[in-house]
Design a protein around this ligand. Structure first.
Ligand SMILES: [Zn+2]
Length: 185
């Protein structure tokens, strides 16, 4: 893939930048200066004073936000929590094993099994379907270009063009929509 590309709208390449460069360049930590005019009493007179302040901030430009890719899918919290709850249950059962309440344990274990297997299916979906999709999505995002003159996003090997706010429409065109767990939901 070429390092730069010609804009399909203005047919120039001098203001074409990779989307990922614009994105990371738009996240900056900086110092903002502010000033305000106030009035103070000095002796028996009112005198104007200029108040100055500085704030340290991490800011992200609007453009950078518009070019931001979707976040990587992470493991569901349910799975992590589920394993913790399961361990706690196991310890409880082992400690209280002498108590004659085994029907409760059976119910607990069965319902826990149902819960955990659904969480495992969800995790399996993430690993086998969602992550491979996301890798393609991210790869496609890395190959997008942005033209500053036209405020459009495009890929070097496609005729499709979108405004900077609509990059997902372009990416979904290349890699399909984000797969949803449980079919068409
Ligand atoms: Zn252009």
């Amino acid at each position: 893939m070429a390092n730069t590309a010609t804009c399909p709208e203005c047919h120039l390449l001098d203001r074409v930048i990779r989307v990922r460069s614009v994105y990371s360049g738009g996240i900056a930590s900086g110092t903002a200066k502010s000033s305000a005019v106030g009035v103070t009493f000095t002796g028996d007179r009112l005198a104007p004073t200029v108040l100055r302040g500085t704030t340290n901030s991490i800011s992200q430009s609007d453009l950078s936000k518009r070019l931001e890719p979707l976040p990587a899918p992470t493991s569901s919290i349910g799975l992590v929590a589920g394993i913790g709850v399961g361990l706690a249950m196991l310890i409880t059962i082992l400690l209280m094993g002498k108590v004659q309440a085994w029907p409760i344990y059976v119910i607990l274990v069965v319902s826990y099994g149902i819960f955990l297997s659904s969480e495992l299916r969800r995790e399996n979906f993430r690993r086998t379907i969602l992550m491979p999709w996301y890798e393609k999505y991210f790869h496609a995002w890395e190959n997008l270009y942005y033209c500053e003159t036209c405020d459009i996003v495009f890929a070097a090997d496609s005729k499709m063009v979108v405004r900077s706010g609509g990059i997902d429409n372009l990416l979904f065109e290349f890699v399909g929509r984000k797969p949803q767990y449980g079919g068409s939901r």
